[in-house]
Design a protein around this ligand. Structure first.
Ligand SMILES: NC(=O)c1ccc[n+]([C@@H]2O[C@H](COP(=O)([O-])OP(=O)(O)OC[C@H]3O[C@@H](n4cnc5c(N)ncnc54)[C@H](OP(=O)(O)O)[C@@H]3O)[C@@H](O)[C@H]2O)c1
Length: 429
């Protein structure tokens, strides 16, 4: 009897797809040995089959018709690396309905339509694997799905966007502006032509949603996650942060509090002593705190062709094992709980504030009153540089509810001696 070869189709042949093709050339044999399954990547969907590709594609058939893969009954596994919501959502949904296993690295799609697609997978006794959607090559989805299943996760804290981490690292190391660091990131391929999803924190929020769905077992509405990007981080803030022993990072935080779940992404002052402070350039790191395991950290390259291909092909191996064992679908996690998401206004943080004030008597007394009225107590105050008869004031508060801090801030900026547009950031922990 002829030995069965599992046929794989791939949707997309850009950065990640190219990485998958390259890694397959190197390590196909090893994957076959480890899964005890022979497989073959037989067709690849692209928009433009005539385009020059970085990988030698002589063995593969390129097509611009998605049905050549989705409707081909001989293909059992589909890898989706075209990105975006549509048509990726429709293609994945149809592939599952046609009895195929699906692998995707698409965080936008899994964060916004993951629940719907997992249901389609379950209804069709298949599965969808998405390790590459968070942290590139860092294994984080599988640990959250399997390894930490006995723990109650209390907190996830991570640097999960390589572009913004690269920009913030360069701003610190080379004392350059946000704009200069962004253009350097673009030149080196660490930022896309349109980097707004990264800069504005959306990409990190999608990854936080995917991790939190698994860790806290709930379905999350993306519009309820607090998201603030790094566009307002200045060289001055980075210098002051350094002076007081902190670095500014874009941090994604998911916390299970007694009142509900708090999910947020924002630029954050991280103590130089904290392990996240030394996560530099395009690297990512994620801390997960469980009630039994304590704190575990995942660290590595959060994006890029080969790191992401490593995660995608690990998922493909899992699909091959499911097919080999004729396990119907492996394990599918469908959100079980509705957990209220807490508004940022109800969360407690320490705050960093920097503003300019007229250099005249009575300013500090007025400031003390504004903060005192709202029970905001100050941990640190620095008054240093003077620019055109103004004083620059930097202060750090003790832990305070966001709402109370904002009320105090409103009073502060309404004082005649205070210049508008202060810089405000939260501290970690
Ligand atoms: N890049 C990374 O480091 C990274 C890391 C983790 C996860 N991801 C995720 O991986 C996915 C792919 O990212 P990427 O960076 O590889 O994207 P990319 O470089 O833009 O490649 C996209 C590929 O999909 C094809 N494509 C796009 N829309 C199509 C359509 N409607 N019909 C047919 N083909 C279509 C393109 O065809 P043409 O080549 O003909 O234009 C191209 O080959 C995204 O979901 C992304 O978020 C990327």
């Amino acid at each position: 009897m002829e030995k069965e070869i599992v046929k794989v189709g791939m949707l997309g042949m850009g950065t990640v797809g190219g990485g998958v093709a390259e890694l397959l050339k190197r390590n196909s044999r090893q994957i076959e040995e480890k899964t005890e399954t022979e497989f073959s990547l037989v067709k690849i969907l692209v928009r433009d089959p005539s385009k020059q590709r970085s990988v030698d594609l002589e063995d593969y058939i390129l097509t611009s018709d998605p049905d050549d893969i989705i409707e081909d009954p001989s293909i059992s596994v589909v890898i989706e690396v075209i990105g975006g919501i549509e048509p990726a959502r429709e293609y994945i949904s149809r592939a599952l309905q046609n009895g195929k296993y699906v692998i995707t690295a698409n965080k936008d799609l899994m964060a916004t339509h993951g629940e719907e697609l997992l249901k389609v997978a379950r209804e069709n006794k298949r599965n969808i694997f998405y390790e590459g959607s968070v942290g590139g090559g860092i294994p984080i989805i599988r640990p959250l799905r399997h390894s930490l299943v006995a723990d109650q996760v209390k907190r996830i804290v991570g640097i999960v966007n390589g572009t913004t981490n690269y920009i913030l690292t360069k701003m610190v190391e080379d004392d350059i502006s946000f704009e200069e660091a962004l253009s350097r990131a673009r030149e080196l391929g660490f930022a896309e032509a349109d980097p707004s999803n990264d800069i504005e924190g959306l990409d990190a929020s999608y990854k936080l949603i995917i991790m939190s769905g698994l860790a806290f077992g709930c379905n999350i509405d993306p519009s309820q996650v607090y998201v603030e990007g790094i566009g307002a981080v200045t060289r001055e803030d980075i210098a002051y942060a350094r002076e007081i022993g902190y670095v500014i990072k874009l941090v994604a935080i998911g916390e299970m509090l007694p009142e509900g779940l708090a999910l947020r992404v924002h630029p954050t002052l991280v103590s130089a002593e904290h392990p996240l402070a030394s996560v530099s350039n395009e690297f990512n790191a994620i801390f997960v705190e469980g009630d039994a395991v304590g704190e575990v950290m995942f660290y590595g390259r959060g994006a890029g062709a080969l790191p992401t291909a490593s995660a995608v092909l690990a998922d493909m191996a899992e699909a091959l094992r499911c097919i080999r064992r004729q396990a119907v679908n492996g394990f599918i996690e469908i959100a079980k709980k509705e957990i209220p998401l807490l508004s940022i206004n109800r969360l407690n943080s320490r705050f960093y504030l920097r503003f300019l004030a007229d250099d005249r008597p009575g300013v500090f007394a007025a400031l003390a009153n504004a903060f005192g009225d709202e029970d905001v107590s100050l941990d640190m105050v620095i008054q240093k540089r003077r620019v055109n008869s103004t004083a620059e004031i930097v202060l750090v508060t003790h832990m305070v509810e966001e709402d109370a801090f904002n009320r105090a801030l409103e009073k502060v900026v309404s004082l005649p001696a205070i210049r508008p547009n202060p810089s405000k950031f939260r501290l970690l922990g």
